[in-house]
Design a protein around this ligand. Structure first.
Ligand code: PMP
Length: 308
């Protein structure tokens, strides 16, 4: 179905047919990985016949932060980027769950590794999108033999295109060894995050996640779930360093992110987490999250921007 319809991209300041949104083989971002991006989900609500974009402006605030780190001049404000996203989704006109990919990158053609004084561009496209991990109710994960990139070298805080080599190495190793996902340790050996997801565990009724200084991407879903745990489940939430062996003794664990949503972890390094099934806190957070993103919870409706 997707191949027969008109598809669009926002490229070089205007909406164009997606086939026309092309970069040169000499593009700086392609050669050196000098770009940064976002991944934003829009959820179709069948009852209301409406598409809702989840926490759109928070994603664009993070894009602005990534650009600041990469010395990319973004010609659009956070609000403008939001408006462009709605316009793109309206033009696409698809009435199912979508994934939006905004991309700011060094677009200059030529050789030379630097950030300052290089031409920047912004582009955006959207695709229909379902699950990221098949076994969302109980993923088999391993601890990666790769380490997470670190802040004084390649900052994980910026969502940089080039940095996803690290994620791809971790994810591929995990899949080639029969796992769904990888948990990645910092250089110092504490838990950082998944290959492209933030990590949470439950120990003795406390929800625990690595702090923002653990070489993680500061996830929008992470913040959302921390708020829901505190305000709706009334459980304590702690940001602290997590040891590898805590993964083997925790009561519950899950990965979260825009793409993966909330994926329960069934086992780590072939050791069951809890009883090997989705735990009660993970289940409650997951159910709540899936309702909220589709605009079904009035209290959190402000997080959902309607497209049509
Ligand atoms: N960490 C990494 C490395 C990611 O790529 C993502 C996905 N953007 C996340 C965490 C989760 O972030 P968010 O909840 O904002 O999607």
């Amino acid at each position: 179905m997707a191949s027969n319809r008109n598809r669009f991209a926002f490229f070089e300041g205007k909406f164009v047919p997606i086939e026309e949104a092309k970069v040169s083989i000499m593009c700086h971002g392609l050669n050196y990985g000098t770009g940064c991006f976002e991944g934003i989900r829009a959820y179709w609500n069948e009852d209301e016949k409406q598409l809702f974009v989840f926490r759109m402006l928070e994603h664009y605030e993070r894009l602005h932060n990534s650009c600041a780190i990469l010395l990319i001049e973004l010609p659009h404000s956070v609000q403008d980027l939001g408006d462009l996203t709605i316009e793109l989704l309206r033009r696409e006109g698809i009435k199912e769950d979508m994934y939006v990919r905004p991309l700011a990158f060094k677009s200059q053609e030529g050789i030379g590794v630097r950030l300052k004084g290089i031409k920047d561009s912004f582009a955006m496209f959207a695709i229909p999108f379902g699950r990221y991990i098949e076994r969302e109710e109980g993923a088999k994960v391993c601890v990666s033999s790769w380490r997470r990139i670190y802040d004084t070298s390649l900052p994980a805080r910026a969502k940089c295109t080039g940095a996803y080599i690290n994620s791809a190495l971790c994810k591929s190793e995990a899949e080639m060894n029969g796992f769904d996902e990888a948990i990645v340790l910092t250089r110092g050996g504490s838990v950082s995050e998944g290959s492209a997801e933030n990590f949470f565990m439950v120990r003795d009724g406390v929800l625990i996640t690595p702090s923002v200084t653990s070489d993680i991407l500061e996830g929008v879903t992470r913040l959302t779930l921390m708020q829901l745990a505190r305000d709706e489940l009334h459980i304590p939430v702690k940001e602290r360093s997590i040891d590898r062996t805590e993964l083997y003794v925790c009561d519950e664990a899950f990965l979260c992110g825009t793409g993966v949503q909330v994926a329960a972890i069934a086992s780590v390094d072939n050791r069951p987490v809890g009883d090997g099934h989705i735990g009660p806190i993970t289940k409650k957070l997951r159910d709540m999250y899936y309702d909220i993103v589709r605009g079904r919870v009035p209290k959190y409706r402000a997080w959902c921007t309607p497209v049509f």
